[in-house]
Structures are given as C-alpha cells and as structure tokens.
Design a protein around this ligand. Structure first.
Ligand SMILES: NC(=O)c1ccc[n+]([C@@H]2O[C@H](COP(=O)([O-])OP(=O)(O)OC[C@H]3O[C@@H](n4cnc5c(N)ncnc54)[C@H](O)[C@@H]3O)[C@@H](O)[C@H]2O)c1
Length: 345
C-alpha cells in the first residue's frame, strides 16, 4: 500500500475501548495512523478512547452498522479485539462464547469483506493450545483447547483463514499469552478482574485482604504455576508491525506473542511486594481444574518474520507500570463518586 493511500485510510479497532485495544489505538495514533473505535461497551470504557478518535457504539454482530462505518471511515484494516474472554465463564456458559466469538464473528467477517477491508489482525490466545506438549510452545504444536473460550478463538482463527483465503483478505492471528502492565494513560480495568497482576495490586492498594495462590504442588521450582507475561505496549507494537507486514504483502500467518520468559505466581507476588513496598498476604488454595503447570511461548517466529522485539521484558518493569496506572486511577475509568460505598473503601 502506498504512503498516500495509507494516510487516507483508517484502521477500525473493534473492541478498542477495552484494555489491549485502547493501548493499540494509542500506538496507532503515535505511529501517525488514523483509527476508529467500534465497541459495544459491554466490558470497555468510553473514557479509554481518546477524544480525537471517532467512536462508534455498536455490536460486532451488527453487520449493517459495522459495514456502514467501515465504508464511512474508509477502513483498509480491522484489528479485532472484541470478544468474551473469561475461561471460567466460558465453562459455565459456553453458548455465550460461541455466540459472541463465533456466530457474531461471522457477521464481522462478512461486513469487513463487503466493505473492502483487505487486512485483518485478530487477538487470539494461548488458550488455543490447551495442555502443552512441550515448552516453550511453538505455533506448529498441537492446538487442542481445553475450554470453550479456547475452542471459540481457534474456530475464529480457522474461519478467518478460510474466509479470507476465499475473499482476498489477508490476516495475522496473534496468540497472546498473559497481557499485563499499562501505559501512562491506559491500563487494565476489567470487571470482574481475574488476572493475577491487577488482583495482586488490589491487595497492595488495600482493596482486597489477600491474593489466592491456586496450587503450590506443581512440578515447578517453587510449586506454583508459571506463566508468560507480556507488556501491553509490546502487544500493541506487534499489532503495528503486523499491520505493516500485511500492507507489504505479507501472507496470512499465526504468531505467538509472549515474553519468552516464564514467571511463577510466587515470583509475581514477590515482585509486586518489592515494587509497591506493601506486604501482600498470600493464601494457598486447591489447584484449579485445567490449569497447566507451565505456559510459556516461543516468540521466535514473530521476531524472525516481523522483526518484533519486546521492549519491556522484565517482570519488575511490567508490574511497576501497572502499579503507576492503578495508583493514578484507583477506580479504573470510573469516577469515584459513581462507585457504591463498599467499593470506595
Ligand atoms: N487480556 C489478556 O491477557 C488476553 C490474553 C489472550 C488473548 N486476549 C484477547 O485479547 C482481546 C482483548 O482482551 P482485553 O483484555 O483487552 O479484553 P477487554 O474485555 O478489556 O476488551 C474487549 C472489548 O471488546 C468489547 N466487546 C466485546 N464483545 C463485543 C461485541 N459483541 N461487539 C462490540 N464490542 C464488544 C468490550 O466492550 C471491550 O471493550 C480479547 O479478544 C481476548 O480474548 C486477551
């Protein structure tokens, strides 16, 4: 794509009011690109979208509304962050996940193709692999998800590849491991929060009494699970590079996106104690069903093909950025006065 046609077109960030999408929008603007955010605010926050970026309130399953806006803003590419993404909830309510991530995903793909979108970047997940056969996990390892969330993400990856191949829309599916950290303006404000780092920081901030460690008898050096944490700004930069790769005729691809280093639950808690200077009591509970001992990505393929490199690979830097954001935004994107009394304490 020529620089002049790039400057006229926009990138539609679907789910751009959410945690990772908001940081991707920030990165797009910093890269001199035009962005449009499309989000139904089921989980996201209007305040996480910069004033200067057009915002469309809509569901990604609303094919007509999405197509109309993709055309209106002359969108050459879609970044698709919008999904239902809680593993536990997907086990209790699998149909919700098939509905939002697959059925409505079909409408999103049809709207994108009908509006002439040529490049598509999809937020996939490590959950597509299920129980790993070896560590670090490589893209060609078996993908056998162990929960409906992973099944629906893998289903969308396959739909995207098959449908894109038919209609000439090339794509990159990025299989994120654990997104963490914050930029100065945008951070993690999920409700309910289920991720280890923000939960640990809520203990440091006095919003929770303790952090629960699910299992201390795994076959790992300290007995707790090991996960791969990647800074959200490093995720965002990978999106920009994936976009440029597709614009330069890169072929449809799947890339892992992780730090390449694993950190145990106890290491995360200890690092959070160091960063915050707070005690952070931890309590041990039973293992959770379906939690593999170790999940660490090989990100060699994305480094080789896109030239991507994480800028914030140190756990301490990742947690420190999250702590700065949470300290500056103790109520997330919500003004304090809107919270119930109990949540203000
Ligand atoms: N956070 C992680 O660690 C992680 C790890 C792996 C993969 N992912 C994937 O990355 C993506 C973004 O994750 P996140 O943590 O930023 O999630 P998030 O919940 O903060 O953001 C998702 C956004 O999508 C919107 N949305 C959901 N369904 C929609 C619909 N039908 N129509 C329009 N908007 C809709 C929500 O309102 C929200 O703003 C998700 O697809 C998730 O599966 C996240």
């Amino acid at each position: 794509m020529s620089p002049s046609s790039q400057s006229r077109s926009s990138i539609c960030v679907i789910g751009g009011a959410g945690y990772i999408g908001s940081v991707a929008v920030e990165a797009l603007i910093a890269a001199g690109r035009r962005a449009v955010v499309y989000d139904n605010l089921s989980k996201g926050h209007r305040a996480a979208v910069p004033e200067e970026v057009p915002f469309i309130f809509g569901d990604h399953g609303d094919e007509a509304l999405l197509k109309k806006n993709l055309e209106k803003y002359n969108c050459s590419a879609v970044m698709h962050f919008s999904a239902s993404s809680l593993v536990g909830e997907s086990m209790k309510n699998p149909l919700l996940y098939y509905e939002n991530n697959v059925i409505k995903g079909l409408a999103l793909l049809r709207a994108s193709s009908a509006a002439g979108v040529r490049h598509f970047i999809f937020s996939s997940t490590a959950a597509t692999y299920g129980e790993p056969v070896s560590i670090p996990i490589k893209e060609d390892d078996p993908a056998i998800p162990t929960n409906p969330y992973g099944n629906t993400k893998l289903a969308f990856e396959r739909m995207l590849r098959d449908f894109g191949g038919m209609c000439g829309m090339r794509s990159v599916s990025l299989r994120y491991f654990n997104a963490a950290g914050a930029t100065e303006r945008y951070g993690e404000a999920h409700n309910p929060e289920t991720h280890l780092i923000p939960l640990t920081l809520q203990v440091a901030a006095g919003r929770r009494s303790h952090i629960t460690v699910f299992g201390n008898d795994y076959p790992t050096p300290d007995g707790s699970c090991i996960r791969d944490y990647i800074h959200v700004a490093d995720l965002a930069s990978a999106h920009i590079q994936a976009l440029e790769y597709l614009e330069n005729d890169g072929e449809t691809s799947v890339f892992n996106l992780g730090n390449g280093k694993g950190f145990s639950v106890f290491e995360v808690i200890e690092t959070a104690r160091k960063v915050t200077g707070c005690d952070i009591p931890a309590e041990i509970a039973e293992r959770r069903a379906g939690d593999p001992a170790i999940l660490v990505a090989s990100s060699e393929r994305i480094k080789k093909v896109l030239g991507w490199q994480p800028q914030y690979p140190q756990l301490e830097d990742i947690i420190a950025s999250a702590w700065r954001w949470h300290s500056a935004h103790p109520y997330g994107y919500m003004p304090e006065r809107k919270l119930p009394e109990a949540a203000r304490r």
